[in-house]
Ligand binder design. Structure first.
Ligand code: GCB
Length: 610
C-alpha cells in the first residue's frame, strides 16, 4: 500500500469510528415485547466493583487505552497483567436485584459489572433493538467493546438500536450498573425502601422491519364511551402510508393514512364496545398491521373522569377499595421477577375485596399493569419523586419528567391505569410547587384522559387535620397520607380527629397504617402487636366515615418490605412492618379487618350507586 493510500484508509477508519460513536437511548418502542424477541435473561457473569476500578484509574480519571472492563480483555500472554476476569467472578441472575442473590451484597450500593455472550442471526433487511425493562439506577451499556450509551433511572424501560453492531456469533454485552444514591437523583438519597441494585427486569433483543410501528394509543376519548380516540405512529416520517387497525370482536377493521410526520389519527365510533371495569375486565384483541409489522395487544375500553366529589368510571360513581404495594416479593426475597410473583400480589389484593391498587413509589413492571388489566384492578401509577428532591436543579426536573414520560409512554394503553401520580409526601415550598406544577402540566400534555394526583401531606392543629397543600388546586383528587394512630397518637385516639379538606374534589387517603410483627400478640394498646394494627384499622374506618367526599383509600401496605430506615432489632430488623402480610407470606389480623370493611363498603356503595 502506498503511503497516501495508508493515510486515506486511516482517515476513513477514524471517520467510521467517530460516526458510530456512542449510540443514544432510542425512543421507546411501544409494546416491544409483542414483537419477535429473543430473551437475554438468565445467568450473567458479574464483577462487584465497589471502587469503580473497571472505569476509573488510581487518580479517579477515566481509564485509558481500552482498559475498561467493558472490553472484556483477556491477557495475551502469561506475563501480561490484567486484574479482572468475568469468567471467574461468579454469576447473578437476570432479572433480579443483586442484594438478595448473595448474602455479602444485601447492603451493597455501588457498581456491579454484568456480562453475557450471545449469537444472533439477524435478517439483513431488519433492524435490531436491545431492550431493558429496568436497571437500578445508572446503566452504562457496551456491546462488543463499544459504548452504546447510558440510562439513568431505576424503574423505566429503555432501548438501544444495535442493527449495525451485532454479529452473527460471539457478541458480548457488558453493563456497568451503579446504584449509589445521590442528592440530585430521582429518588434522592432518602427513601423508605431498599435500594435494590441490578438488572431488575427482563432483557431481550427485538427484531423489527426498517420502518415499524413505534407508538400507538388506542383508548376511549375522555368522556365519550363510543369513540376510540388515539393515534398510530411510524418510526419514520412517511406520508400516506396505510395502517390497518383490527378489533375483530367489535367488528372494527379500518385502514388509516399517515401524515407528514408518519402519524395516523385514530377516530373510530363504535356503539358495541363492552366497557372494561373491575367487575368485568373485558379486554379486546387488537391488532395493528403495517407493511410487515404487526402489533398484537389486549386492550380494555373505559372512561374515567371527576365530577364534583365523584370519580366516574364509565359514567358511574366508583369507590376505590385499594391497597398500596411495593415491587417486592414476600416469598422469594427481592424484587418481583416473574409473572407468577406479580399475580400472587394482585391475587392477595383481590382476596381483600380490592378493586384498586397503588403501585408505590415508582413505576412497577409493565407486566404488573397488564395483569391489573386482566384481573380487573384499577391502578394509581407513580414516579419516585419522593420526600425531598432537589427542587431547584434543572437536571433533576428533567430526570423526573423523563421518568414520567416513559411511564406514560409505556402504560397509556392500559385501561386499569386511571391515575398518574407525580410525587409522594413532598414538603410545601415555592420551588417544590413550581417543580411539581410543571410536572403536572407535562403529564396532562402527554395524556389528558386520566386523573392527576400526588400523595400530599397534611397539617395538624389539636384534633383537626387540614388538607390545604396549594398543589391541590392543580390536581384532580384531594389525595393525602395520614398516619393517625401511628406517628401521632395511639390506635385508640384515632376517632377523635376531624378533617378539614380545602378542595371540593374526590378525597382519597393514599396511605394510613401502622406496624405489626406477624405472630406477635398482645392487647390493642401494645405497639407492634397484630391487635394494635387491627384496632388502628378499625378506628381509621370510624374516622374516615366522618369524611365527606371520601372516594377511596390505599392503606399502607400489602406486604412487609425491607427498609434500611427500620432498625428496631426485635420488631423491625430492617423491615417496614406495616404490611397486612409478613415477609414470609403470613397474613396478620388486620388483613381480615380490611377485607370485611371492603366487603361492607362494596355492598353499601354499589346499592346506592346502582
Ligand atoms: C409514608 C411513605 C411511605 C413509608 C410510610 C411509613 O408516608 O409514603 O413510603 O413507607 O410512610 O411506613 O412511614
Amino acid at each position: 500500500m502506498t503511503k497516501l493510500l495508508r493515510c486515506l484508509t486511516l482517515v476513513l477508519c477514524l471517520l467510521l469510528v467517530s460516526s458510530r460513536g456512542a449510540a443514544q437511548v432510542a425512543p421507546l418502542i411501544a409494546n416491544i415485547s409483542s414483537r419477535q424477541t429473543t430473551s437475554l435473561d438468565g445467568q450473567w457473569q458479574a464483577i462487584v466493583d465497589p471502587y469503580d476500578v473497571g472505569a476509573l484509574d488510581y487518580r479517579a480519571q477515566p481509564l485509558k487505552n481500552n482498559q475498561g472492563f467493558y472490553k472484556n480483555y483477556k491477557p495475551q500472554s502469561e506475563s501480561e497483567l490484567v486484574e479482572y476476569d468475568f469468567d471467574g467472578s461468579g454469576q447473578l441472575h437476570v432479572p433480579g436485584d443483586w442484594n438478595t442473590q448473595r448474602e455479602s451484597l444485601l447492603f451493597y450500593e455501588g457498581s456491579v459489572w454484568y456480562k453475557r455472550s450471545f449469537d444472533y442471526a439477524k435478517s439483513p433487511k431488519n433492524r435490531l433493538f436491545l431492550h431493558f425493562g429496568a436497571c437500578n439506577y445508572l446503566a452504562a451499556v457496551y456491546l462488543n467493546g463499544e459504548e452504546l450509551g447510558e440510562h439513568e433511572g431505576g424503574f423505566t424501560p429503555f432501548d438501544f438500536e444495535i442493527t449495525n453492531r451485532v454479529r452473527a456469533h460471539g457478541n458480548f454485552l457488558v453493563l456497568r450498573i451503579n446504584d449509589s444514591r445521590g442528592k440530585d437523583q430521582v429518588p434522592t438519597v432518602n427513601t423508605d425502601w431498599w435500594n435494590y441494585g441490578g438488572i431488575t427486569r427482563d432483557v431481550f433483543v427485538s427484531e423489527l422491519p426498517q420502518t415499524y410501528i413505534s407508538d400507538y394509543k388506542v383508548q376511549l376519548g375522555k368522556k365519550n364511551q363510543n369513540l376510540i380516540d388515539g393515534f398510530i405512529q411510524l418510526s419514520a416520517k412517511k406520508k400516506n402510508e396505510k395502517i390497518t387497525l383490527l378489533i375483530d370482536e367489535a367488528g372494527i377493521r379500518t385502514t388509516i393514512n399517515t401524515d407528514d410526520s408518519g402519524k395516523a389519527a385514530v377516530n373510530i365510533v363504535s356503539r358495541q364496545l363492552k366497557l372494561w371495569s373491575p367487575e368485568n375486565p373485558k379486554l379486546y384483541d387488537v391488532a395493528i398491521v403495517y407493511n410487515g409489522d404487526t402489533i398484537n395487544d389486549k386492550i380494555g375500553f373505559r372512561t374515567i373522569e371527576v365530577k364534583g366529589q365523584d370519580i366516574l368510571l364509565n359514567g358511574k360513581s366508583v369507590f376505590l377499595r385499594g391497597i398500596s404495594l411495593h415491587d417486592e416479593n414476600p416469598e422469594i426475597p427481592g424484587r418481583l421477577r416473574s409473572q407468577g410473583d406479580m399475580r400472587m400480589m394482585l391475587q392477595w389484593a383481590k382476596e381483600l375485596n380490592c378493586n384498586y391498587v397503588r403501585l408505590a413509589h415508582y413505576p412497577h413492571n409493565e407486566e404488573m399493569v397488564r395483569l391489573a388489566d386482566e384481573m380487573g384492578l384499577l391502578v394509581w401509577a407513580e414516579i419516585p419523586v419522593y420526600w425531598t428532591i432537589s427542587w431547584e436543579n434543572a437536571d433533576t426536573y428533567n430526570n423526573a419528567a423523563q421518568q414520567l414520560t416513559d411511564l406514560i409512554a409505556r402504560d397509556k394503553n392500559r385501561a386499569s391505569v386511571i391515575i398518574w401520580s407525580v410525587g409522594n409526601e413532598t414538603p410545601v415550598n415555592d420551588k417544590r410547587n413550581l417543580f411539581l406544577g410543571k410536572l403536572i402540566d407535562h403529564a396532562r400534555s402527554l395524556d389528558d384522559s386520566r386523573l392527576l394526583a400526588a400523595a400530599l401531606e397534611i397539617d395538624r392543629e389539636g384534633d383537626e387535620i387540614f388538607v390545604n397543600d396549594p398543589l391541590g388546586e392543580k390536581l384532580d383528587l384531594a389525595s393525602f397520607n395520614e398516619y393517625a394512630g401511628w406517628y401521632w397518637g395511639g390506635a385508640s385516639d384515632i376517632t377523635k380527629y376531624t378533617f378539614k379538606v380545602k378542595y371540593n374534589k374526590p378525597v382519597i387517603i393514599s396511605e394510613f397504617g401502622g406496624d405489626a410483627l406477624a405472630g406477635f400478640h398482645a392487647d390493642e394498646n401494645t405497639r407492634w402487636s397484630e391487635e394494635y394494627q387491627a384496632a388502628l384499622y378499625k378506628n381509621q374506618f370510624i374516622l374516615l366515615g366522618k369524611l365527606p367526599g371520601l372516594r377511596g383509600m390505599t392503606p399502607w401496605i400489602l406486604c412487609d418490605f425491607r427498609s434500611p430506615r427500620r432498625q428496631q432489632p426485635y420488631f423491625q430488623d430492617y423491615f417496614n412492618r406495616k404490611g397486612l402480610i409478613s415477609e414470609t407470606g403470613k397474613k396478620k389480623m388486620a388483613f381480615d379487618v380490611l377485607k370485611a370493611y371492603y366487603q361492607m363498603v362494596q355492598q353499601k356503595y354499589d346499592t346506592i350507586h346502582q
